[in-house]
Design a protein around this ligand. Structure first.
Ligand SMILES: Nc1nc2c(ncn2[C@@H]2O[C@H](COP(=O)(O)OP(=O)(O)OP(=O)(O)O)[C@@H](O)[C@H]2O)c(=O)[nH]1
Ligand SMILES: [Mg+2]
Length: 433
């Protein structure tokens, strides 16, 4: 007879706990953050049975929330029989242990929940290694006898990925695994950076889509390039980057990159682990910051994105703000976008296609800002140069006179450099300015 694990038979039932810490500068309200935690729990495959909140005047070091709240949660657990408790704030290893002793079921925090979703969704070899590394680093200080015991209860949210097996080995072996993963990641990263270098040699500008998770980045990617990226009304549908080429209405060819979305309180170890994937963003010439206009907390979500971009060193890259989903929310809170200085604002609906033509024109104009207007004359026998200009730059004017071609083109500084070199090595009748 076929055996089914408990996880396959029923959805795990989770109780959520949100707290407002006294000292923290809260970007998101307690309720919103808890609602987001609810969506994260559902994305991980759980059913949320109850939510608790507490505004703390002071933190109880042993259990984060006060004794009264612990007892209140304990009482409800007897009635609801959930499988786990998820805290919206990070728990220290000791707090987690103490709460597990009190509740007698698994207790995880938001970071661990996000790591679990990433573990379920990672598809590429690199993605899997990155998530595994982040999970092991997170688990290392939490590796105790108790965890080992809990891992035998049959897995579930917060124990997937490397957790189930690695929790049973000692710290030394986990450290060895961490170094091994780091070494393997280095090899994968080397291949990736070679690919990136090859791409860099092709002087097409790269535009990266960034934004809060579920903002519609992959929907826009598909609308622009028919890349067929998975689109889902779920958090973190995309983990691995996809890069495709696209021709703008002005004739320019560009590369577009769709990457992982960000979220409030994203675990630091994940940003670290995903740095090489995020290099697509760090190396971009232009960012499209997609903003979900159907969200109640547009500004807070934008702040999270700007903060993460600064953290990965992409804070200074020219950006176009792209309010998305205007089919459901069409009025733009102007003061919000005014505060963001000279960044262009291009509202769109990635779903219906509204505003996309204007967005493409704005991308073209922004990228032109960093381009050189190049005038060149060369012998028409050098047809290769003309095709190079046509393929990689944009010809504005082209005239023929005897055996000479006179061209004016908009090109990236990189292409201008390459052309200068080629022309210098060519015939003396060539001219370039
Ligand atoms: N109404 C409406 N829904 C949209 C629009 N763009 C995207 N969506 C929906 O928003 C949800 C998320 O879209 P995705 O494209 O997967 O979002 P994402 O930013 O790639 O999300 P992650 O990869 O999870 O970070 C899906 O249900 C889309 O159908 C839009 O312009 N209008
Ligand atoms: Mg996506």
């Amino acid at each position: 007879m076929r055996q089914y694990s408990s996880q396959q038979q029923h959805k795990e039932r989770a109780v959520l706990v949100g707290v407002e810490l006294p000292s923290k500068n809260h970007k998101f309200s307690l309720d919103y953050s808890l609602e987001e935690l609810d969506r994260l729990a559902q994305t991980a495959g759980a059913e949320v049975t109850q939510k608790f909140t507490q505004q703390l005047r002071s933190v109880t070091p042993a259990t984060l929330v006060g004794r009264g709240k612990v007892e209140e949660i304990q009482r409800s657990l007897y009635e609801l029989h959930p499988d786990l408790v998820i805290f919206d704030e990070d728990l220290t290893p000791a707090q987690q242990r103490n709460l597990e002793s009190a509740f007698k079921i698994r207790v995880i925090d938001r970071s661990q929940l996000i790591l679990d979703i990433f573990a379920q969704r990672a598809r590429s070899n690199e993605g899997k290694l990155q998530v595994e590394l982040a999970q092991l680093e997170y688990l290392l200080p939490r590796l105790t006898r108790q965890w080992t015991h809990l891992s035998r209860l049959g897995g579930g949210i917060g124990t997937r990925g490397p957790g189930e097996t690695q929790l049973e080995v000692d710290r030394r072996r986990i450290r060895e695994k961490i170094s091994y993963l780091k070494r393997r990641l280095k090899t994968v990263e080397r291949t990736r950076s070679l690919q990136r270098k090859e791409r860099d040699e092709v002087p097409f500008a790269t535009v990266a889509l960034v934004g809060y998770t579920n903002a519609g980045k992959s929907t826009l990617m598909n609308a622009l390039t028919r890349a067929g990226v998975l689109v889902e009304d779920q958090l973190f549908a995309t983990l691995d980057p996809t890069i495709r080429s696209l021709r703008l209405p002005n004739g320019d060819k560009i590369m577009v990159a769709d990457t992982v979305g960000f979220i409030n309180k994203i675990p630091h170890s994940l940003i670290e682990a995903f740095k090489s994937t995020l290099e697509e963003v760090m190396g971009a010439d232009l960012l499209l910051h997609l903003v979900d206009m159907s969200s109640a907390l547009v500004e807070d979500q934008m702040n999270v994105i700007e903060e993460v971009l600064r953290e990965i060193g992409a804070g200074e890259i020219p950006t176009i703000i792209v309010p998305n989903k205007i089919d459901v929310f069409s009025s733009l809170p102007r003061p919000l976008f005014k505060k963001r200085g000279d960044q262009a604002v291009c509202p769109i609906s990635a779903l219906t296609g509204a505003g996309i033509k204007e967005l493409l024109d704005t991308i073209g104009a922004r990228l032109d800002g960093g381009k050189e207007r190049l005038q060149a004359s060369f012998s028409s026998a050098q047809g290769g140069l003309l095709s190079l200009l046509r393929e990689r730059g944009r010809i504005v004017q082209e005239t023929y006179e005897d055996d000479q071609v006179h061209v004016t083109a908009m090109v990236t500084p990189k292409l201008a450099g390459q052309l200068r070199k080629l022309l210098r090595n060519g015939d003396s009748s060539n001219r370039l300015c």
